[in-house]
Design a protein around this ligand. Structure first.
Ligand code: ZN
Ligand code: CA
Length: 475
């Protein structure tokens, strides 16, 4: 069976028009055509033109009534092989000349078409996703929905009639059960019409935490030296200035977000994480969240800072507190040798935290004279590591990836003050990310949505971080 779209003529006594009409009608194959016919039957019946006409009427249910007389006259005058051969030849030459007209239609079934979104997000804790698959069917057929695939297909059920999608088990943001534990659930939905034609749509359901803000209790261990007017024994005011920076940077409240180029604006994330000095110490007593220790570790590169017995200060339980050691990393010339370090999740619990040179901590003097570390972004960056973020660029290879999709791969070595646009690895570099390296404090201003997802995946998977997520040692 072929399908044609036909043009009709109200007056087809003219044989030239008839030719064209027949050619168009019989030979043109048009995908969205209307008139159906079986080519062979036309020619089999050519000598019985009245039967031919009848057959046309039956099959096409259109237009032939208007040209039936002309066709009959034509067949009387030119019955025979020659005229049919002419039909055939002209038909081949003219194929494709269909136009719309006042045809009546026999619908050709078409598959449903999805109109619902492929991406959807909602907060955790309820079975109903709130997502509804919607597909329209041009033929007016009823459409039914089913789950046909995807890595997280088994986590869902769908209402076949109305497309409403539900979880089998309530999703928990801090304990995702999608295949790669990133809170993005992937499935494929199929919409099928009554004639079994179908369309497929891959859908990603992103689960967000219903607990909007996560507060991390922090203990700051100040390791000071006896020299130089005790400047290394930094003030509480200076410590609090660091918390102001953290709570702006992680909450998308920093005032320099206008430095993000337009192409990256949509990626900026409010991570929903805040930091607060602990108010309860490991023994259950009230605390300022600050310890002060005369530093006797005796060496820039010593790990002694992590241990009381080696002249530093032991970590408070790292499953309940973020430990920050603030110390003097001076080299022989008295300059800060290491602005900061951050330990990724999964490491030694006794050293699990970040270290920051006292001159790179907070925004109050004493500060590093260089513009690179004077705005408190060293701690933002190091805590980013502690929350499982990697540098956005390996600095050498496009193959190395930070495991975050919305931070473009980069091979650039950044200077302290890069200028947008800077391209590497086929895209512009996001050097204004907090996890860029070597860039001035004043030029790094954002985390991304993908980094936020990676942070929360770490909260879920890493045991010590997941306990921190619910730690209650600050109020
Ligand atoms: Zn780093
Ligand atoms: Ca990336």
């Amino acid at each position: 069976m072929r399908y044609l779209k036909c043009t009709t003529h109200s007056n087809n006594h003219d044989l030239g028009k008839l030719y064209i009409w027949l050619i168009v009608s019989v030979f043109c194959r048009v995908n969205d055509g209307r008139l159906s016919y079986t080519p062979r039957s036309i020619f089999v019946n050519y000598s019985e033109h009245s039967a031919l006409v009848v057959r046309f009427i039956k099959q096409g249910q259109t237009v032939m009534d208007k040209v039936g007389k002309a066709l009959g006259k034509f067949m009387e005058q030119r019955a025979g092989r020659n005229s049919l051969a002419t039909f055939f030849l002209l038909g081949l030459v003219s194929c494709g000349g269909s136009t719309s007209g006042d045809e009546k239609n026999e619908p050709v079934n078409q598959a449903p078409v999805f109109t619902s979104d492929a991406l959807f997000s909602r907060t955790d804790g309820v079975l109903e996703t709130g997502y509804k698959a919607v597909a329209t069917d041009n033929d007016g057929d009823q459409v039914t929905y089913s789950i046909s695939g995807g890595s997280d297909a088994l986590d869902f059920t769908i209402d076949g009639a109305n497309g409403a999608l539900s979880f089998v088990v309530k999703p928990e943001f801090v304990n995702p059960h999608d295949e790669n534990n990133d809170n993005v659930y992937e499935l494929e939905i199929t919409a099928t019409d009554t004639k079994q034609l179908s369309a497929k749509l891959t859908v990603e359901i992103t689960i967000e935490g219903s607990q909007a803000i996560v507060t991390i209790p922090v203990v700051v261990h100040v390791l000071y030296l006896e020299n130089t007017d005790h400047v290394t024994n930094i003030s509480e005011e200076k410590i609090l200035s660091q918390f102001d920076v953290l709570n702006q940077d992680f909450r998308k409240k920093n005032l320099d977000l206008n430095k993000v180029p337009a192409e990256f604006q949509d990626a900026i994330a409010d991570t929903g994480i805040e930091f607060k000095l602990a108010t309860i110490d490991p023994n259950g007593a009230q605390t300022t969240g600050i310890t002060r220790t005369l530093d006797k570790t005796g060496g820039l590169f010593s790990d002694g800072k992590y241990y009381t017995a080696q002249g530093g200060h032991d970590a408070w339980p790292t499953n309940k507190y973020l430990n920050i050691w603030v110390y003097d990393s001076s080299d022989r010339n008295g300059n800060a040798a290491i602005y900061g370090t951050g330990q990724l999740p999964g490491g030694d619990p006794l050293t699990d935290g970040v270290t920051v040179d006292y001159r790179a901590f907070g925004t109050i003097e004493p500060l590093i004279s260089s513009s690179q570390g004077h705005l408190g972004r060293t701690a933002t960056h190091e805590i980013g590591h502690w929350l499982n973020l990697l540098h956005i660029g390996a600095g050498d290879s496009c193959d190395k990836d930070d495991g975050v999709s919305d931070t473009p791969n980069t091979s650039s070595h950044f200077s302290s003050h890069p200028v947008h646009p800077r391209a590497s690895c086929g895209s512009n570099d996001m050097f204004m990310n907090f996890m860029a390296t070597s860039v001035n404090d004043s030029e790094i201003v954002m985390f991304t949505q993908g980094q936020k997802q990676r942070i929360f995946a770490a909260f879920a998977q890493d045991e010590s971080r997941s306990q921190l997520f619910n730690s209650n040692v600050s109020n």
